[in-house]
Design a protein around this ligand. Structure first.
Ligand code: AHR
Length: 668
């Protein structure tokens, strides 16, 4: 991706030089803010800060989706990828129970008492189990001969030095010629990282097996087709206002056949067809040939998750353009006149989310367990599209959706670049088409973030609103979740907040990454098979989301917003009011390499009015390259303290170098 950006001379200078000492503050260093507590500004949308989810970095299969079996339906192009097989194992398709997943395996007698037939699955980076935890094994099976058959299911640790590899096992009798689901709960006796699930044929009679599954019993909300509890908890703990899914580039597909099709992701999980995950081959230098989308985590689950974490769902659908990075030939895309099925998918999705349980798609939702509508309000069409083909494709969607669902807010895109030719072309086009919001993406280096404090100050107030839909500071030569990146994100976010009249949504991206399976970094939450870590960027997102307020307030440094401009000592700031509890919140970010004195003078106070109680929260590190890791997850976390400011009409603080500081206070 090519992009240009302008770095203000001062912002850049503040990265390089400082005019005081690192430890002390010069006496002449005075940074006087005025915070107007009387005049409430724009209303801040509940969607202001949220989450962007994509199945990248094993974010869904192998990640949030708690299924431990890879290729559970034998549908990968290499039907036994992820499996070892031994003895008499055949992959078959005749008489399969789930038409969209036609493959299954037959295990037959190895014809010798000392030989074995079986299959074993390697899981996602191991079938990892934790001592005393319970795992629900299930399989669809039928006896493949006249008599019942038996299987023995084992969780094994092939690296064990014990007498037996067997961690826990169970036998299941397969006693029907019809396909039936068999379930057993296994309680692990060991902590095993690189375990396997092994299934032996345990009788001479053949057996057919399909949809082999293993979930922890303890999932989020205890659901059988469940999500990893620790990961969902991390999402819920942000208090996100919006949840965008399912991507990202996977929405578009490398070709149209592999685009994300939501209808394939609802209904019984066993009959959701597999899709390629483009991230398995996008980067040859990080190649994951076993990365597919099982769709076990599908649109129903995304809607449910949004509801449970209190976020507005924001689905993104294909606009009929295959990924433009991967397809220069226009023939890769659907001609506009053939878009009807795509448009119908969008209309049907709205019915799936909001229609009565008696409607065609509302019924599918209700049968899955959610009789009540999900109350979908937003829908994005197209991910990172560009060129005239995008508005051409988008226009018929807008017409059809507006005609049938005038209240749905539509989200268009300004392409993959944060500025430049395409960006400048697309914004007016989105306005012309009447998009309600425009999705902007910026994965940019430090200097860009430092230069963008005023980005939204001059945006058109009569056009679409902004959805900063994918962003993260990608440190120059430092593509990991180091503290400095999060500091600059925090600085930039003050500009989002100050302009909350025009910025209605912002989501950091990507969200998740498996430490053994990532293609893209930085990411907000890293995990392995049992642990997860909240990065510094996570804590910045959380701080802003939990303290987003209901209305903006004016907070000026001298007579200007603090946005890292000339003479502002690398300081950025914003302030909001929270009507639900009557608190005032001021955020100040010191991006400079030295400490700065800050005074926040409260304006608009009644004569006797003063601060009642106050807390100060800081996210701070002098080590710019420091990060939280799985082994050291709490290296940099927000630190909150009560500060006695009773009776005061101003806040005085010395912000250490490289500090995100937030004051939350009440008045009396
Ligand atoms: O977040 C990773 C990718 O970045 C997304 O899939 C895409 O939209 C963007 O290019």
């Amino acid at each position: 991706m090519k992009y240009k950006y302008v770095v203000s001379a001062v912002a850049a200078a503040s990265m390089l030089c400082s005019c005081g000492s690192k430890d002390g503050v010069s006496a002449s260093d005075e940074n006087k803010f005025t915070l107007d507590v009387l005049h409430k500004g724009a209303e801040i949308q509940s969607t202001m800060y949220g989450l962007f989810f994509e199945d990248i970095n094993y974010g869904a299969d192998g990640g949030l989706y708690a299924e431990k079996i890879k290729n559970r339906s034998f549908e990968f192009p290499q039907a036994l990828m992820g499996w070892n097989s031994y003895g008499q194992v055949e992959v078959r398709t005749d008489g399969a129970p789930f038409p969209k997943n036609p493959h299954y395996v037959r295990l037959s007698d190895p014809k010798h008492a000392h030989k074995r037939t079986g299959i074993e699955n390697e899981g996602f980076f191991g079938v990892t189990t934790q001592k005393d935890a319970e795992y629900r094994f299930s399989v669809w099976a039928r006896q493949a001969s006249a008599n019942p058959s038996k299987i023995r299911v084992e969780l094994v640790d092939p690296a064990s030095m014990g007498e037996s590899h067997d961690n826990v096992h169970a036998s299941i009798e397969i006693n029907s010629k019809e396909w039936k689901k068999y379930t057993v709960v296994l309680k692990a006796t060991e902590d095993v990282q690189r375990g396997l699930l092994r299934i032996f044929l345990a009788s001479p009679n053949s057996v057919d097996l399909e949809h082999v599954s293993l979930f922890p019993v303890d999932t989020w909300q205890g659901r059988e087709n469940g999500l990893r509890k620790d990961l969902v908890q991390a999402l819920a703990d942000i208090h996100p206002g919006v949840f965008r899914f399912p991507g990202g580039c996977i929405v578009e597909g490398t070709d149209l056949a592999t685009r994300y099709q939501w209808k394939n992701t609802v209904g019984p999980v066993e009959n959701r067809p597999l899709n390629e995950n483009r991230w398995h081959y996008t980067f040859q230098h990080r190649f994951y040939p076993d990365y597919y989308q099982s769709y076990g985590l599908g649109f129903y689950e995304y809607f449910l998750l949004s509801e449970e974490i209190g976020a507005e769902p924001l689905p993104v659908l294909s606009v009929g353009l295959a990924c433009q990075f991967q397809n220069e030939d226009q023939k890769a895309h659907v001609p506009v006149k053939e878009l009807q099925p795509y448009i119908q998918d969008a209309l049907d999705l709205i019915e799936f989310a909001n229609g009565p349980a008696t409607s065609k798609w509302g019924k599918v939702r209700a049968e899955m367990g959610h009789e009540e509508p999900f109350n979908l309000k937003f829908l994005a069409i197209g991910n990172e599209q560009w060129g005239p083909e995008y508005p051409e494709h988008l226009a018929p969607f807008v017409d059809a959706i507006r005609a049938k669902y005038p209240n749905i807010k539509l989200v268009g895109t300004s392409g993959p670049d944060s500025e430049g030719k395409q960006f400048e072309y697309l914004w007016p086009e989105m306005k012309r088409l009447g998009a309600d919001l425009v999705d902007e993406h910026f994965y940019r280096p430090e200097a860009w973030f430092l230069s963008q404090g005023n980005r939204y100050d001059s945006y058109d107030r009569n056009g679409p609103k902004v959805f900063a839909g994918e962003y993260a500071c990608h440190g120059k030569g430092k593509k990991w979740n180091h503290f400095h990146a999060s500091l600059l994100e925090a600085a930039f976010m003050t500009g989002l907040e100050r302009n909350a009249d025009v910025v209605h949504m912002a989501t950091y991206a990507p969200l998740f990454a498996h430490v053994e399976g990532w293609q893209w970094r930085p990411d907000m939450i890293w995990f392995d098979n049992t642990r997860s870590v909240r990065t510094c960027s996570y804590y910045v997102q959380q701080l802003y989301a939990q303290n987003k307020g209901s209305h903006t307030l004016s907070m000026l440094l001298g007579d200007k917003p603090a946005a890292g401009n000339e003479g502002q000592n690398g300081l950025f700031a914003s302030a909001v009011y929270e009507a639900s509890d009557g608190t005032y919140i001021a955020k100040v970010v010191n991006t400079d390499s030295i400490a700065h004195n800050v005074t926040i003078q409260l304006e608009g106070l009644a004569d006797a009015q003063t601060i009642a109680k106050a807390t100060r929260t800081r996210i701070q590190s002098e080590e710019l390259d420091a990060e939280n890791t799985l082994d050291e997850p709490n290296k940099i976390v927000p630190v909150k303290v009560d500060v006695n400011l009773a009776g005061k009409r101003e806040i005085n603080s010395t912000l250490p170098a490289y500090t995100v500081e937030m004051w939350r206070f009440e008045l009396k």
